[in-house]
Design a binder for this molecule. Structure first.
Ligand code: NAD
Ligand code: MN
Length: 485
């Protein structure tokens, strides 16, 4: 039973509905595996319906790959690899460039499908996911014939065939993060999208066909965890995984001692630190963006808010005011700020941990608002009076839930921020440049944002410390896991 507190501030002139047109995407009834340059039915006939989490309506049937299909995809990638590696680097770059251009050409359709399949607000898929996916291919297209510079002039060769497993929170963008550097360096790939969000990866397969990606260079094998596990065991030369820490650890155990390359981008419980000299209103915007972007389904979400005691009252009051103005609901409405939770399972995980937080004695405030009758929803929530060692302050919730704890000194802020099993990202809010750099240098986190949050750029490295994983994606460092030097 969800406890909903607070009253949404009455809005004198409310927004009129501004729905994006569903017609911008013409979904087929059925999608198949993309193997060896063609769409093929799964050999054991497994077909799963992907649904819209905002309405619970079925969207399309998707063939799921079994171990035999995964083996077939790896064979196709293996057969295609030598010619792809031998292609003139400038020509490989052109192929990536064409993928980027086609993503731009089909941007509206991709954004609509991403929102329908996964529940994220259309304004995010339109303004963030799709442009960022294109930007990634553009950026790595440019590296393809400059790898000598990126790799410091060293001798190098591609890994060979890479297996890539992506989650459901940024389905197209994570596919781009994985494929672009792999292809630029002459590898061929077998990519497994997440079970709840396979559609944009399959549209990307169509784009690969159109862009002239040689058959077998990119293979897409939709499926659930067992398909991912089969890919890990398929004899690929490198595995790149983004998802939960638990599955990441399992993959690491499976591959230990095999010589297979591995990078893991796992969970987080990132600290967003607000000092008393920060611009408070801007900080509040950054806190909101840090935790409510994509319903908080973000590995680097600023889920642990650390506020200096002297401004804690002001920050939490303004945060609560701002939260009540967030528009929660139909992800296809261009005004929506917070869309649907990705799946019934994820909603259950969020609810369970939020109940733990209440039982632990923290004060919960969840925004009250009308929600659609069907679909999976969780309104923006803040926990006050949180004990630093409590489960909600330590475990990743992966939903629109932020915990607030306070600190008194800079040293205490750093110590608290670093007191985590994770180390993916952090935010530092202060008007003192020296303090921002001093704190950032001491934070054990892969990315530290100063006076901003959740900024991504294809030229910047992203990745974790500790249980947030290892290896970097983005920029020249993102090429390293895909080569043997
Ligand atoms: P998950 O780790 O189970 O799924 C991520 C991907 O891994 C999916 O494609 C899935 O099919 C695949 N997978 C699952 N089991 C596998 C296995 N044994 N071998 C190989 N691949 C496998 O994540 P989830 O169950 O969807 O979500 C659980 C929690 O994970 C979330 O609550 C969140 O805390 C975390 N998560 C983190 C990220 C991230 O971006 N770091 C993304 C999704 C989920
Ligand atoms: Mn779906």
């Amino acid at each position: 039973m969800t406890v909903v507190t607070g009253q949404r501030t009455p809005v004198r002139w409310d927004y009129a509905p501004a729905p994006e047109s569903r017609g911008a995407a013409s979904l087929r009834d059925r999608y198949d595996l993309f193997v060896g340059g063609a769409f093929v039915a799964p050999s054991d006939g497994t077909v799963v319906t992907t649904t819209n989490p905002a309405t619970e309506e079925p969207l399309a049937e998707v063939g799921f790959a079994g171990p035999a299909d995964v083996a077939r995809a790896v064979d196709a990638a293996r057969a295609a690899q030598p010619a792809w590696q031998a292609l003139a680097p400038l020509e490989r770059g052109k192929v990536l460039f064409r993928i980027a251009r086609l993503i731009q050409e089909r941007a509206r359709e991709l954004a609509v499908v991403e929102t329908l399949d996964g529940g994220k607000p259309i304004k995010e898929s339109r303004d963030f996911d799709v442009p960022a996916a294109a930007a990634h291919f553009f950026s790595y297209a440019g590296w393809a014939d400059k790898l000598g510079h990126a790799l410091g002039g060293r001798e190098w060769r591609p890994r060979g065939v890479v297996g890539q497993i992506v989650p459901w929170n940024f389905p197209l963008l994570m596919a781009a993060w994985k494929l672009a550097p792999a292809l630029a360096t002459g590898n061929t790939a077998v990519l497994k999208p997440a079970e709840t969000t396979p559609l944009t990866a399959l549209l990307l397969a169509e784009i690969c066909q159109e862009a002239g990606v040689p058959d077998g260079v990119v293979n897409i094998v939709p499926g659930a965890g067992d398909t991912g596990a089969a890919l890990v065991r398929s004899g690929v030369d490198k595995v790149a995984f983004t998802g939960s820490t638990a599955v990441g650890k399992e993959i690491q155990r499976t591959l230990a001692g095999t010589g297979t390359g591995l990078t893991l981008e796992l969970g987080g419980k990132s600290a967003n630190i607000v000092f008393e000299d920060a611009a408070i209103d801007q900080s509040v915007e950054g806190i909101v963006n840090g935790i409510f972007f994509n319903q908080g389904h973000v590995c680097c979400a600023g889920s642990r808010l650390l506020v200096q005691e002297s401004v804690a009252e002001e920050v939490t009051r303004k945060l609560w005011d701002r939260m009540q103005r967030l528009r929660v609901g139909d992800p296809m409405d261009k005004n929506t700020d917070v869309g649907a939770i990705n799946s019934a399972e994820q909603l259950e995980r969020i609810r369970a941990l939020v109940e733990v937080g209440e039982a632990e004695g923290a004060t919960r405030r969840s925004v009250a608002c009308e929600l659609p009758e069907r679909g999976y929803w969780f309104t923006p929530t803040v926990f006050l009076d949180v004990a630093p060692a409590s489960r909600i302050a330590v475990e990743e919730i992966f939903g629109p839930v932020v915990t607030v704890t306070t600190f008194r000194t800079v040293a205490e802020a750093i110590e608290r921020a670093n007191n985590s099993a994770y180390g993916l990202a952090a935010g530092v809010w202060t008007d003192t440049g020296a303090k921002a750099f001093e704190v950032a240098a001491q934070l054990r986190a892969g990315v530290v944002w100063q006076n901003t949050y959740n900024r991504f750029d294809p030229t910047a490295a992203f990745g974790g410390y500790k249980e947030s994983g290892f290896g970097r994606e983005g920029g020249p460092s993102g090429l390293l896991p895909y080569v043997v030097v």
